[in-house]
Design a binder for this molecule. Structure first.
Ligand SMILES: C[S@@+](CC[C@H](N)C(=O)[O-])C[C@H]1O[C@@H](n2cnc3c(N)ncnc32)[C@H](O)[C@@H]1O
Length: 554
């Protein structure tokens, strides 16, 4: 699935599109995975994928049969549907039917460990299902201390300090369920995507693997960014699945977002569930269809630690005025509005500013207009640079990608068709005085009332994004400026959402958060949504629970 057309925006629309994309379902065998990984090593990932897809299609039935299967040797097969939201990886080895587990008589239904524990999203969920936390690890000192405050557990610090199998065996108590939201930056679209090569963080999956190998819990739940399923052309996923299958785990993968569970937040994550007892009876939870609304998590009259800066408020006023001036008959753009393209004429289709500068220095742009129509004629190359939008002046950009050409063209056409009301708006607000991110605007409330204060806003590098109140923007490891801003109609004044409200978006209940609000927002952006985990864990752990109650009944 190609996402290259949307490098700037990861709008809910784009996500929904991804979710609905038709997928190729392939069945992988160990041989194919090995072929794939080998091909990646030799730089032929695409070909390898094609080979796998070709060989695998048609074998889906065999894969499904495996789900009901019994031990037939060391064959491993799986169903991997990378484009759709559901992947299964089944290890036939794992069907050692009627594995005899010692049944424990103590009170908790199962014991779990919480690796990369953060604020404890997994803990909150599994405790609700009757689990007892046997071990947690979190290296951030504040979050480590908070784990004690919230859950009365002295969490281990750095998992890398669990250096040897002996140490793992000794330090980590036996448990039935392992949970881990291993750090996602190495695999995230937002980062450099160094993956396993990421010096420290990328290797942490292997630490999870070592712990699974040593302790053999009957179930696991892992969480990461959805991009991990596509990272490095699928090689990262293939490595993970191969390692887990080698340990005898059956694995299934599904992407979920909290808004599918009644929580007003769109934040898709990939969940991996694993079982040593097969996944034949496991079913993913069914998503809700109910409408959500951000007001369900708001604490009326809450006062966030920081006020929205005056300059941000001015930019919001400016775009509110833009909305109000736009005639009702004019459909507002569904593409991002780049105000700096209004009046601009610099070349972008066949030539680019960078190409002209390299070719003929400042002379090449003499006859053009830059951002907001700035005459470039008598400017030095350095001054011309200041008046070319940042999206169009990167060194070496001799050809813009199609998506960028389209956005520039659409913005210029929109301006020319609407300049009668846009011109007075430009003269009143002088947006060129504001930072570039305030000069861009994303209207994600098509058809809604053109009053900015009725919506939720977020300041992003790609512009001020306006969303309907059905869902809050995705919580990410945010800086203060990216914290969602509530329009004044929602709670009387424009204000940031508070950390407690963001904790509600992650279904964390009343966990104590870091005192420092910036630290709190960051941790909340890293956390896993506890309600989603609970919905997944309930069917996954049902038989663990049942065994216990069966025993009690007997
Ligand atoms: C993606 S977050 C997981 C958050 C958690 N699931 C939650 O609900 O809050 C990853 C966490 O791993 C922690 N971490 C990163 N490297 C670590 C390491 N080597 N040892 C222990 N914790 C680590 C980070 O501080 C961060 O809190």
């Amino acid at each position: 699935m190609q996402t290259s057309a949307l490098p700037v925006l990861e709008t809910p629309v784009a996500l929904a599109g991804e979710q609905n994309a038709p997928g190729i379902t392939v069945v992988l065998t160990v041989e194919l995975v090995v072929a794939f990984v080998a091909a990646v090593v030799f730089g032929a990932a695409v070909v390898a994928l094609a080979v796998i897809a070709t060989l695998g299609v048609g074998a889906v039935v065999a894969g499904a049969g495996v789900t009901e299967g019994t031990v037939t040797g060391a064959v491993v097969a799986g169903v991997v549907d990378v484009a759709s939201r559901d992947c299964r990886w089944q290890s036939i080895q794992s069907f050692e039917a009627d594995r005899k587990e010692p049944v424990r008589m103590d009170t908790p239904r199962f014991r779990f460990i919480d690796l990369f524990a953060g604020l404890g999203g997994f803990h909150v969920a599994l405790k609700q299902l009757g689990g007892e936390c046997a071990f947690a690890a979190e290296w951030d000192p504040t979050l480590n201390a908070l784990y004690k405050t919230n859950f009365a557990i002295d969490a281990w610090s750095d998992v890398n300090d669990l250096k040897t199998p002996e140490m793992i065996a000794q330090r980590i108590p036996d448990h039935e369920v392992l949970t881990a939201g291993f750090p996602c930056q190495p695999f995230s679209k937002a980062g450099e995507q160094l993956g396993f090569e990421h010096t420290l963080q990328g290797q942490l999956f292997f630490k999870v693997f070592e712990i699974l190998k040593e302790k053999k819990p009957r179930r696991f739940i892992l969480e990461n960014v959805p991009n991990i399923l596509r990272h490095n052309g699928g090689a990262t996923l293939a490595t993970i699945l191969k390692r887990l299958a080698d340990l005898g785990y059956s694995v299934a993968i599904h992407r979920f977002s909290p808004h599918e569970f009644g929580i007003p937040q769109i934040r898709e994550r990939a969940y991996f569930v694993g079982s040593l007892d097969g996944l034949g009876k496991f079913e993913w939870p069914v998503e809700h269809q109910e409408r959500t609304d951000i007001t369900s998590v708001l604490r009326k009259g809450a006062v966030p630690e920081r006020a929205v800066p005056i300059r941000t408020l001015r930019a919001i006023d400016m775009w509110d005025d833009f909305l109000r001036r736009s005639p009702a008959s004019v459909k507002l753009p569904s593409f991002p509005i780049w105000a700096m393209e209004f009046r601009a004429t610099y070349p972008y289709e066949d030539a680019t500013p960078a190409a002209l500068w390299d070719e003929s220095r400042a002379h090449g742009l003499r006859s053009y207009l830059g951002s907001f129509g700035r005459v470039l004629k008598d400017l030095t190359i350095e001054d011309q640079f200041e008046w070319i939008p940042s999206h169009a002046r990167r060194d070496g950009d001799y050809q813009f990608p199609e998506w960028k050409k389209t956005f520039i063209r659409q913005n210029r056409e929109f301006y020319y068709a609407n300049r009668a009301w846009i011109e007075p708006w430009l003269l009143k607000w002088e947006p060129w005085e504001l930072p570039s991110s305030f000069q861009k605007f994303e209207w994600n409330a098509q058809g809604g009332e053109r009053r900015i204060d009725n919506y939720v806003l977020q300041v992003r590098a790609s512009g001020i994004r306006v969303k309907r109140t059905a869902t809050a923007p995705s919580l990410i490891a945010m800086t203060q400026t990216q914290v969602p801003i509530l329009g004044a109609s929602l709670d009387g004044v424009r204000r940031y959402m508070t950390p407690s409200e963001c904790a509600e978006l992650q279904s964390l209940g009343d966990v104590v958060l870091p005192d420092n609000d910036l630290h709190a927002y960051k941790a909340l952006g890293n956390a896993v949504n506890a309600r989603v985990v609970r919905a997944i864990a309930e069917p996954l752990l049902r038989d663990l629970t049942r065994r216990k109650s069966d025993t009690r009944a007997a």
